[in-house]
Design a binder for this molecule. Sequence first.
Ligand SMILES: [Zn+2]
Length: 325
Amino acid sequence: MEPPRTPDFDPPRTTCPVCASTALRDWDHDAHGRRIARCGGCGVKFMNPQYSDAWLAHFYSTYISVHGEGDVTRWRSRPEVREEAKRRSLRLLATHVTPGRILMIGCGDGLELRIARELGWQPEGYDVEPATTAEVERTIGVRVHSGTFPPATLAPGSFDAVFMDQVIEHPKDPAIYLRTAHAMLRAEGGLFLGLPNVGSLANRAKTLLGRLGLRARSRGKHYATKHHVFYYEPKVMRRLLTEQFGFDVVAVSGSLKPDEHPWKQPLAQRFPILDSSFLIVARKRARPPGQRADSSATRAPSSSKACRSSGSKETDTAAPGASGA
Ligand SMILES: [Zn+2]
């Protein structure tokens, strides 16, 4: 079948793909007419209607990596900046989980597999496109799974850590990725997530200016709807991990990438709202018998309590007025 040449879309969703709530409302749109919904149940935002599977398959067949290496003239896309950011992220994870077997989902060009191995982890990768993953496997010498997610070749309960850096804003069903991460981890294993922060101060300002009609041509550019279909902020992801996916959050931080402005990174690490990305480290919870990790009806102790009881350093800073924004 001939792939579509312009984006086409599913019928609009009437339930949240993450928590199944029907309390969806129109939140915003961008200059290309892509509409963003907000779920009243869990707070996540997502493109609605979503791209069709045929369009996404076509789009990702030519997408070299999920890490956005594209324009290397941009500071944050420069190889040495990406490399240092991966190194810092893996070191953050290693402050909570002793390096061992790590599954790196969305490993793209394999840079993160190489850095992980340098830092004493035993990495395995996953990415969608078989030709690219075969090439990465050959050049880096690390096993890389591919094809439909989750691949049957993964062994449940066998990983000390799962790493997804700038990954779950791309798929139409991020819940499958979080459930798979949970299933692949051993008890108390560590999950690392790096995500764009739709709730950053700069992005809130852009949303507001768009609504006021002051950014007509660039309205909603911060959603990056060309390839991002889910939009997260720290408090929403923390709640999802804790209440729906069977994790205890042990660290929330602004991103750890080097910046042109040396003052910015330490500040953003402390106050994630200042950064366009954020990082979360969570631990797979040992669940009481009969409690399901994937049920929205499952209610866990509040995340702040879980964090205190974990004894880990908590770096998240609550954003004033963050609720519902
Ligand atoms: Zn929801």
